[in-house]
Design a protein around this ligand. Sequence first.
Ligand SMILES: [Zn+2]
Length: 421
Amino acid sequence: MTCSCYGGFSAPNINILENQDGMTMAYRWPAGTVFKRIDVDVEDRSCPVCERYMHVCDHRYHRLWTFEGATQVVNRLVHCPDASCKSRGHTFSPEAELSISMPRWCIGWDVLCWLGHRRLARHWSVPQLRVELKDTHQITLSDDAITHYVGLYQMMLAARQQDPERLAEAYRDSESLVLTIDGLQPEKGHETFYVVRELMSKRVWFAEPLLSSATQEVQRLIVLARQWAERLAKPVRGWMSDKQDAFVTAIAAEFPGIPHRYCQNHFLRDVAKPVLEMDSRARVKMRRKVRGLRAIERCVLEERRQAAAPESIPPHEPSKTDDAPLSELPAAAALVPCVSSDVGVVRTDSTLEATGVAAAGEAVGEDEAGEVVLGYCAAVRGILNDSQGGPLHPPGVRMSEALQDVRDSLDRNLQAQKGGV
Ligand SMILES: [Zn+2]
């Protein structure tokens, strides 16, 4: 088991792409790239053989560009805990990964569709695509990589008439099929690119841009999927989609009695959308309310400069704790990563507490008081700039909790200082 990679980002800095000739090319991420992390889990955690709850046994990291920026998908792989189970040799990986990207790609479906659409429907040249990706979306791809992905897009379109024998060969050892359909829109108001994938073997079966999402059009794709499955003579265990009406109707008609589930990823995204919008408005409000940090900091630094000027002694003794560098402004940045993790919020509080206690305790120099003020400022700035947190713990809620922690901490220090300086 290699669960030690939890939380850390131990993935290599290189994505290997395979191009059509089976040759590989590597994508090198620029040093210092900050990745947005998405964790994905296997939907059904019961072992297909013995139905025991399967445990996470490994993580697979996948780095890619989406229109939301550099992204790291963390796949939590699971296996049966029972060493004697027939499924033990099998590791199961999250289905949702394929709705973001395919294995080894260094771009997501959104970027792929955009590329294919611009290249084939709008006839943009490859260099033009490269420049637009760079300028508008800050995505760096080489001409080679773009050509490679446009090629893949074309291959998917062409897969409509793919060789059935090759497919049968690929599915020889599969017992059943799980299918998904997804509609991706490269640009609002344009045709939608429908992709039908099979999850057990992680294959794109076929894809087609459709101008309308009418049930009739969608049904044609579902019929096609049924024909493919029949040709393979494998049972379809289920469908997964975002359950838009056209999918629900067409799948119910062509696959009667086959379970059709929400993709957890889609479900969460749909539910989260209004929540995250509200959350973002709340954050703007909070930021507007908590202002003037810079002025406070400037004030402290100015006082300190004046105090230090006559004597030439260093303005303060470095304290034994790690908090010492807080008195320097750049340390504000150092505090940010601390604040931006869940644990960090709590730690900030106790760090402040420690500083506060020092201030409230023994003889307090003005300088140390200033340090406390700067410490608070740095913490608050970190909180205001923190945009971490997904739909389950949105950034605004985190911000509000963290600001409340700061307020509590201030209150406690004021209480402790009663009768003091
Ligand atoms: Zn088992």
